[in-house]
Ligand binder design. Structure first.
Ligand SMILES: [Zn+2]
Length: 74
């Protein structure tokens, strides 16, 4: 399981990868990587910061849980 905590900016923010529908974003700030997601209330949450390989694996695991629901054509 992944630990989520409120997102606190700690440096120059950079998007490394975005999952389908941008549900999970693999982010970089300085030398640290983490996954960011948007909570139901609109705020952001982040996983524990770690080196790229670990954060990228967490991001891939999380992205795999994404259930894509195609929007019905209006
Ligand atoms: Zn999707």
């Amino acid at each position: 399981m992944h630990q989520w905590q409120p997102y606190v900016p700690q440096g120059l923010f950079c998007v490394a990868e975005a999952s389908c529908c941008e549900e999970f974003i693999l982010c970089q700030e300085g030398a640290e990587f983490f996954v960011r997601r948007q909570a139901a209330d609109g705020t952001y949450e982040e996983t524990a910061r770690s080196p790229y390989s670990r954060a990228a694996k967490a991001w891939k695991d999380l992205a795999a849980t994404h259930r894509h629901e195609a929007r019905a054509a209006s």
